[in-house]
Write a protein that binds this ligand. Structure first.
Ligand code: C5P
Length: 217
């Protein structure tokens, strides 16, 4: 059996880039589970599936073929890495992330991906629901203001002008949805190392996560 490292936390805590770097440094595989929820949301929207129809969504999620190639994610053979990051997808994710039946389907897929591998997996419920026995669990967090500030910088770098308040309002809404869902809600596992990153540079966060992982090895 491989070693599982889970990295959970709220939107904008820098999980993806840190988890990716940590996986590279350790020589582990990397799984971005938010991208799975995004891919199913995008695919269902493209397929014209009514997003309130849980039965159809589960059927869709069961049969969708997801594949990863480094930073790229494909759905049924199509590169959707950029398409899944649009605000329209983000606004609709709750339809896919809320129903326990769909979470169950994605949880099974995530466990299958982890089989026999050393894996760094990143999301909201990895240390709590999907891999409760993971050898190392990290919860990365930062204050809402700091997360919004970082997100605004990212958006500006991508050529999108948004005010800090606009980012904060959207982020608060997502935090609320992520914290309130009945199954798989955002929370730190009781045995997770919690890292508060407000006053840290990305490099320091990476080192702190690597220290946490090495202390579990
Ligand atoms: O991490 P990212 O922002 O890409 O995740 C998008 C959304 O997918 C989250 O806001 C959350 O609603 C959902 N998600 C989830 N469980 C995960 C990962 C993401 O419910 N393990």
């Amino acid at each position: 059996m491989g070693m599982i490292v889970t990295i959970d936390g709220p939107a904008g805590a820098g999980k993806s880039s840190i988890a990716r770097d940590v996986a590279k440094e350790l020589g582990f595989a990397f799984l971005d589970t938010g991208a799975m929820y995004r891919a199913i949301t995008w695919g269902a929207m493209q397929a014209g599936i009514e997003l309130s129809d849980v039965v159809k969504l589960v059927d869709y999620a069961e049969h969708a073929r997801l594949a990863w190639h480094d930073d790229r994610i494909d759905l049924d053979g199509e590169d959707i890495s950029i398409a899944i990051r649009t605000p329209q997808v983000t606004a609709n994710i709750r339809h896919v992330a809320d129903p326990p039946e769909i979470r169950g389907c994605l949880t099974r897929q995530q466990r299958r991906i982890a089989e026999g591998r050393d894996l760094v997996t990143e999301g909201r419920d990895q240390g709590t629901e999907v891999f409760p026995d993971a050898q190392c669990k990290v919860f990365l967090t930062a204050s809402p203001q700091e997360r919004a500030r970082r997100r605004q910088l990212q958006l500006q770098a991508a050529g999108r002008e948004v005010t800090l308040n606009e980012v904060l309002v959207a982020q608060n809404q997502r935090d609320l949805e992520d914290r309130m869902r009945p199954v798989g809600r955002l929370r730190a596992a009781s045995d997770a190392v919690v890292i508060q990153t407000d006053a840290m540079e990305a490099e320091q966060v990476k080192d702190a996560v690597l220290d946490a992982v090495r202390s579990c090895m």
